[in-house]
Design a protein around this ligand. Structure first.
Ligand SMILES: [Zn+2]
Length: 204
């Protein structure tokens, strides 16, 4: 390890990573020393206190991920009425949520244009990307009124097959059914397999 301890401050370190020597520093929380060398005991952020000559490691705590106003969420459409749908939110920003959150998408917040029925927008089972516009009483009100918002994956109401996005309509390649959706510009492209639930995301 060629980096000076002072340069390591703030960096993410792993157990066994060398942080300095006891001639220079006092090993503090999250560290241990062996043969005069200080190592990290945990996965965390190194904190080198040059003033007090102490080195410690603060554990990386994964912040609870909950929907917030203005943030983009991804969820699955559940109960549908003619003028609103419920959305089971499973992702907030780029992270999987901790807990169960339900959002509501009202017909007036779907698009800039007038929408007749939620049937033209999305159907139960669809995966949609939306933005939280209000969180009164812990109810997350959503909007899809932007070109990057809307259905990411839509499923045929007749046979359940994934719908293909055509120029003005959605086509089921299996049964030929034609439906309507308010799609996001990147319909069918979002990859949900890369981020697995429970995986440790270390951000520096
Ligand atoms: Zn079909």
């Amino acid at each position: 390890m060629s980096a000076k301890p002072s340069e390591r401050s703030g960096q993410v370190v792993i157990p066994g990573e060398r942080l300095g020597v006891i001639e220079e520093f006092i090993p503090d929380s999250g560290t241990y020393s062996k043969d005069g060398v200080i190592y990290s005991k945990i996965v965390g952020r190194a904190l080198v206190d040059l003033l007090n000559k102490r080195v410690s490691v603060y554990p990386l705590v994964k912040e609870a991920t909950v929907p917030k106003m203005g943030i983009e969420v991804v969820g699955q459409v559940g109960n549908a009425q003619s003028d609103n749908v419920l959305v089971r939110i499973f992702r907030v920003g780029s992270k999987d949520v901790s807990g169960v959150f339900t959002g509501i998408l009202h017909i007036s917040d779907v698009a800039d244009r007038y929408v007749n029925s939620m049937n033209e927008v999305c159907k139960p089972g669809d995966i949609i990307r939306a933005k939280v516009i209000s969180e009164k009483n812990q109810i997350y009100h959503l909007t899809t009124s932007d070109k990057n918002l809307g259905v990411l994956y839509g499923f045929c109401g007749r046979c359940g097959n994934l719908l293909e996005s055509q120029r003005h309509e959605m086509l089921c390649p299996k049964c030929g059914n034609i439906e309507e959706r308010k799609t996001a510009f990147d319909y069918g492209k979002e990859d949900f397999t890369r981020r697995k639930k429970g995986s440790v995301i270390v951000e520096s």
